[in-house]
Design a protein around this ligand. Structure first.
Ligand code: 6PG
Length: 248
């Protein structure tokens, strides 16, 4: 697949350090050239260490006044719920850094029905990007962080979901498969994710290696099976993984 880089590490800590270095470099470039950096955070647990590093070793290298935070997906749970992606980011990152509240663009997943929550977030995205002078076709996050599920999902884009064929909407309400809880979620769709300048996949753990291998070795077939294989970026997709493509 074009514009794809794989970084292989011995463990999650090393992976997170390099991801923090690369994120900081991209933030510097964006802020120097456009005076803002739009960073779309991933949910799940893998990015926890990265977020911690951004509040400690990399804290002073980032101008939080010019960094705007978004989310790739959110579970439809109360704000402080342990399964809330915002709650994890608040605990590990937002509560530890001097970022203006107006720079935090949270998915309002507590709004019912979920379709309304998706609409409200889509309006928030339009408002932000219009304020930065983008027209709809040019809209691009500077960096989107994504995780990888052992079933090949990413954000809350799951296999065989009609949302994978969405061409227009940027945000959608979805119901995750019954083996994923919470099931009701709000997710960015492929059109907006794939317009990002850079995408970092952070993937750790043996249970994800086979999906990773099939995405790398058979991208055509993987694209039919796994949402994570359908991710593209304008400049580059960078994988940060703590296993190799080896045969074992
Ligand atoms: C979510 C995520 C999801 C996550 C993967 C990996 O809200 O669940 O956005 O796509 O990134 O499931 O999760 P872990 O990092 O916990 O393995």
């Amino acid at each position: 697949m074009p514009n794809q880089v794989i970084h292989i590490f011995p463990d999650l800590n090393a992976l997170s350090h390099t991801a923090a270095e690369r994120l900081t470099a991209l933030a510097h470039d964006s802020i120097n050239s456009e005076s803002h950096f739009s960073l779309c955070l991933s949910g799940g647990n893998t990015p926890r260490r990265l977020y911690q590093l951004l509040t400690t070793e990399y804290r002073t290298q980032l101008d939080w006044n010019k960094i705007h935070l978004f989310w790739g997906d959110e579970r439809c749970v109360p704000l402080a719920h342990p399964e809330s992606n915002y709650a994890m980011a608040y605990q590990e990152l937002i509560s530890q850094i001097p970022i203006p509240k107006t720079n935090i663009h949270r998915i309002p997943a507590e709004i019912n029905p979920p379709e309304q929550a998706a609409l409200v977030y889509e309006q928030e995205l339009h408002k932000y990007f219009a304020s930065k002078g983008f027209n709809k076709s040019e809209v691009t996050f500077d960096l989107v962080l994504l995780g990888l599920g052992a079933d090949g999902h990413t954000a809350s884009l799951f296999s065989n979901d009609p949302v994978l064929d969405e061409q227009e909407q940027w945000v959608s309400a979805v119901v995750a498969p019954d083996y994923m809880n919470p099931r009701q979620r709000i997710t960015l769709t492929l059109p907006i994710i794939n317009q990002a300048r850079y995408i970092f996949f952070l993937a750790s753990g043996e249970e994800k290696r086979s999906i990773f291998r099939s995405i790398m070795t058979n991208p055509e077939e993987a694209s039919r099976l796994y949402p994570a294989a359908r991710i593209r970026a304008r400049n580059q997709v960078e994988w940060f993984v703590d296993w190799s493509l080896g045969n074992k």
